[in-house]
Each structure stands twice: as structure tokens, then as C-alpha cells.
Design a protein around this ligand. Structure first.
Ligand SMILES: Cc1ncc(COP(=O)(O)O)c(C=O)c1O
Length: 392
């Protein structure tokens, strides 16, 4: 299965639409956590105005007072159509989906279906820090199978960890991040089939977090986990929230492979009350009519990735950066700078630029920072200038 090439949309780059002054009026986490002299290039929010179809759908809903509880399958239908057009995947069956409040709470519900208290959930560090927090909060045990030096799944480590996870006949799950946050790694069809095979052999259930899927760069192939052979009893979480910047408009979808349909059917009905109805409307509009906007965003992100690579090579050549093919995140190995375990602290204190510390990303995070590329080229350039200034 090969992804369909993204179009060139003719839409303007949404990453250059808002001035810094306008962005500083925002009240969300990215803009309100640090004082005003700090440039925020950290948490995964984007410096973009919303896609026009999303604004229109939400505005229409507000004008109508259509702000009740969510109903129906429009979101799942929109995602199924998007998946077919974008990734050539026609296997997303609307009847095997469930609406969930957001991706993380959806993951919690999926893990409840396939594991019990004290069971292991395998993750691939460095990885999105809330994976640790949510898993531990639900009394499961995190087991790490670190990515290899090439930032790809290390199958030897994965097999050893699966063995450990199911020891004593316990149930276990593997929380796969696909594409991977923070490295931007896009897992290949071969890798995903190998995951399915290994999970099948050890009886480990796979829950794939595919929130970053629409943010796969043009030219790279995102492969839905449930589309690979052997993944029939897998579960996936998808959402429009990351790619269209809708984290404040809560909604996501859980999707079951054919052999996991009975599991998904056990999700309690009340879980479907959690998503915001306005969120569902926004996500549905994004998937249905927001593709041209998304293509313009992806072009802007490609440019930003190249810009960052050039700036680092010129001004901070000691930083090792292996640009990923998805997400708007850059994972920077700063160990050669000699700034200790937490360079983000130094960049913040001395350079007044906020990046994510690598430490909460688990094994492999020491000496690393994560930089958010979903900003204008000017702000990225200024961010690197501040990182350089922190070293003086
Ligand atoms: C891999 C991954 N999963 C989940 C989330 C959070 O998604 P939600 O807000 O829908 O829970 C993020 C946010 O950045 C993420 O990067």
C-alpha cells in the first residue's frame, strides 16, 4: 500500500499568518507557562490560525446553539474517507470505531480492555512523556524497549521486553507511537508487520497511537498499523487534534481491527459522553474539508525542517539532529555541548527560549531537547539565536 502524494494546495502557509504579538494574546499552555520575555518553542501547539472550514463549522454550530452531546458516526465516516484518500487504506470500518474524549483517554480505555492491574505496557523511549504518566496512573507497569541508535524500533530489545512483559502468563500491551513523538520516525510497512508478528507470537496486544499520522511529510509513507498483515487484533487511536491544532476542542476515535471488535464493544457507553460535541464537529470538518490547509501546513513544516537543519549546521554544529519524516517536532541531541543532563534548563535560563526537556521522555532523553517547528521561520531563527546566546 502506498500513500497518495499530497497535493500542492495553493493555500498560504498557515505558519506565517500570525504575528508574535497576536500569538502572545493566546491563553493556552504554550503561551502562558513562561514569562513574556521567553520565546516558547515547546509544547505541541501550533502557531497557526485554524483552517477556514473548521472555523466555519464551529461558528455555524455556535450560531445554532448546537452545543449539546455528541451523536452519530460523522467523525468516523470522515476519518474513513480521509484514510482512504490519503493513505489508500479502505479498512477503517465505521462499525469498529468508538468515539473517545481524546487520544490519551482513549489509550487508557484501550489498555483497560486488554490488560489488568499490574500488567505491563511496553513503550519505546524516548517517547511522549504522558505515556508514562497515564500508564502509571492506571496501575499498569511501564516496560521500556528503547529505540535503536538510528531512532527506529529495535526488534531485539522489543522481543526481550515482550518476553519480560508476559512472564508468568500475564497479559501485556505494547503502546506503539506511530509516527513517533519525539523523533518523527515513520515506521515502515515491514517494521509494522514485524511488530504484528512479534506481538502475535508473545500474545501482546498492540495499541497504536496514530495521532501524528496526518503530519507525515509529503514523500514519506504513513502506514496505518491496522492495515498490515497480522494486526487484526490491534487497536488504534486517531484524531484530527494534532494536525489541525484542535487540542482545545476535545475528540478522538478508537479503531479496532476485525479481531478486536468484541474488545472495543466492551468500552462503556459513558466514555462516548466525554468528547466535546463542538470538538467532534471541528474534527469532522478538518478531515472532510481541511486537506488543502493541511498540505500548505506540511509544505511550511518541510521548509522549517530544512531551515532548522541549516541553522544548526551553521551556528550549533555540535547538536546532532536527524530530521524525522513526520510530526512538527525536532529531537536534538545536545550532549556534545556539555550542558549537563538537562540542556533545556540552560537554554531557558540563559537564552530565554523554552524547549521541552528530554528527561521525561525516558531512556535516551538525557542531554536532549525537543523543539517545536510549528512556528514561523522568523521565530525558529530567533529560537536558534537564543540557543546560541545561551552558550556565551
Ligand atoms: C503521541 C501523542 N499522543 C497523544 C497526544 C495527546 O493527544 P490528546 O490531546 O488527544 O490526548 C499527543 C500530543 O502531543 C501526542 O504527541
Amino acid at each position: 500500500m502506498t500513500s497518495i502524494p499530497h497535493g500542492t494546495s495553493g493555500e498560504p502557509n498557515p505558519l506565517t499568518a500570525l504575528s508574535l504579538d497576536r500569538l502572545r494574546c493566546r491563553t493556552s499552555m504554550k503561551w502562558r507557562t513562561y514569562p513574556a520575555d521567553v520565546l516558547p518553542l515547546w509544547v505541541a501547539e501550533m502557531d497557526v490560525p485554524l483552517a477556514e472550514p473548521v472555523v466555519r463549522a464551529v461558528t455555524d454550530a455556535l450560531a445554532l446553539g448546537d452545543t449539546g452531546y455528541p451523536a452519530g458516526t460523522a467523525y468516523a465516516e470522515a476519518l474513513a474517507a480521509f484514510a482512504e484518500k490519503r493513505w489508500g487504506w479502505d479498512g477503517l470500518a465505521v462499525e469498529r470505531t468508538a468515539i473517545v474524549p481524546d487520544v490519551m483517554l482513549g489509550i487508557v480505555e484501550m489498555l483497560k480492555l486488554v490488560t489488568g492491574h499490574g500488567d505491563a505496557v511496553v513503550v519505546n523511549p524516548p517517547v511522549y512523556p504522558p505515556f508514562y504518566q497515564f500508564i502509571e496512573h492506571m496501575d499498569r507497569q511501564v516496560l521500556e524497549a528503547p529505540l535503536g541508535a538510528d531512532l527506529r524500533i529495535d526488534f531485539e530489545a522489543l522481543e526481550e521486553t515482550f518476553q519480560q512483559a508476559v512472564a508468568g502468563g500475564r497479559r501485556a500491551a505494547y503502546l506503539l507511537c506511530s509516527p513517533h513523538n519525539p523523533t518523527g520516525t515513520v515506521h515502515t510497512a515491514g517494521e509494522l508487520a514485524a511488530v504484528a508478528d512479534l506481538a502475535g507470537r508473545y500474545g501482546v496486544r498492540v495499541v497504536a497511537d496514530e495521532i501524528h499520522a496526518p503530519l507525515t511529510a509529503s514523500g514519506a509513507d504513513f502506514v496505518p498499523y491496522l492495515s498490515v498483515p497480522g494486526a487484526e487484533n490491534g487497536l488504534s487511536l486517531m484524531s484530527a487534534s494534532k494536525a489541525w491544532n484542535l487540542a482545545g476542542l476535545k475528540a478522538a476515535l478508537a479503531i479496532a481491527g476485525p479481531a478486536a471488535a468484541a474488545d472495543l464493544a466492551r468500552v462503556p457507553e459513558e466514555v462516548s459522553h466525554g468528547p466535546s460535541h463542538v470538538g467532534v464537529i471541528a474534527h469532522t470538518a478538518a478531515l472532510t474539508d481541511g486537506t488543502a490547509w493541511l498540505d500548505a501546513l506540511l509544505t511550511g513544516l518541510d521548509d522549517n525542517r530544512r531551515l532548522l537543519t541549516g541553522l544548526l549546521a551553521e551556528h550549533l554544529p555540535a547538536i546532532v539532529h536527524r530530521p524525522g519524516e513526520a510530526t512538527y517536532l525536532a529531537w536534538l541531541d545536545c550532549r556534545a555541548l556539555g550542558l549537563g543532563d538537562d540542556p533545556a534548563e540552560v537554554f531557558l535560563e540563559r537564552g530565554r527560549v523554552a524547549l521541552n526537556s528530554g528527561l521525561p521522555f525516558g531512556t535516551g532523553g538525557t542531554g536532549h531537547v525537543r523543539l517545536n517547528l510549528a512556528a514561523s521561520p522568523e521565530l525558529i531563527t530567533e529560537g536558534v539565536r537564543r540557543m546560541v546566546a545561551a552558550l556565551d
